[in-house]
Design a protein around this ligand. Structure first.
Ligand code: PGA
Length: 233
């Protein structure tokens, strides 16, 4: 299976100009990458411009969240169809920052996951444990498991949280094994303080298919190095 590296830009960079500079550098640095699929997830207002920038680059586009509803009176929300229209092949769902800051529940994550699958967008489901994973999968047919990406993201490992420290690779391997039993066919990623320094260890000992990357995805050189590690090891 090809490696998968997903850049979660979160609420960065601070303006469109910087976003396009970053996307442009990644496009030129990573255009010949074959061993890894790279997905860039910018904030909503940058999606259209970044999509144009990434055209013909082989880099894919994703969003950081999505409504579970198809259309209508949902102030502040973005529908799956809108994301598709901008070329989003992936959508991050259930990120711990949304669970914490916006009170997103397992029920909501489950509805969004099903909405993404129904609309042909691959969900990148962020979970900290098997309870969240099982709840998110309720009512999802087994035949769709192969289109799901699961990111194991322990809260305490996310770089911006106080005292953050990357998870132990053997713990990641154990979680990945358990996740694979629950959702066979899904790609399993690790996220939390991943950098070009620890990526190789996570691939080898953590036995994951790739990464969901926050902080390290905001610097073109660092992210390029990280992707190259994923692609060639
Ligand atoms: P980090 O973030 O790589 O900065 O730890 C990962 C994430 O929150 O998805």
């Amino acid at each position: 299976m090809k490696r998968l590296v997903i850049a979660n830009w979160k609420m960065n960079p601070k303006n469109l100009k910087e976003a396009l500079l970053l996307a442009g550098s990644l496009k030129s640095e990573l255009k010949d990458i074959r061993g890894a699929e790279v997905v860039i997830c910018p904030p909503f207002p940058y999606l259209a411009a970044v999509a144009r920038q990434l055209r013909h680059s082989g880099l894919l586009l994703g969003a950081q969240d999505m409504s579970s509803e198809e259309k209508g009176a949902h102030t502040g929300q973005v529908s799956p169809a809108m994301l598709k229209a901008f070329g989003c092949a992936f959508v991050i769902l259930g990120h711990s920052e949304l669970r914490r800051e916006s009170g997103e529940t397992d029920f909501m994550v489950n509805r969004k996951l099903r909405g993404a699958l129904k609309n042909g967008i691959s969900p990148v489901l962020c979970v900290e444990n098997t309870i969240q994973l099982r709840k998110a999968l309720q009512g999802v047919p087994r035949g769709a498991y192969g289109r799901i990406v699961v990111a194991y993201e322990p809260l305490w490992a996310i770089s911006t949280n106080k005292g953050a420290k990357a998870a132990d690779p053997s713990r990641v391997a154990a979680m990945a094994r358990t996740f694979r039993m629950i959702v066979p066919g899904a790609a399993i990623l690790y996220g939390g303080s991943v950098s070009s320094k620890n990526a190789a260890v996570f691939l080898k000992k953590g036995k994951v298919e790739g990464f969901l990357v926050g902080q390290a995805s905001l610097k073109a050189e660092e992210f390029t190095n990280l992707v190259k590690i994923a692609a060639f090891r």
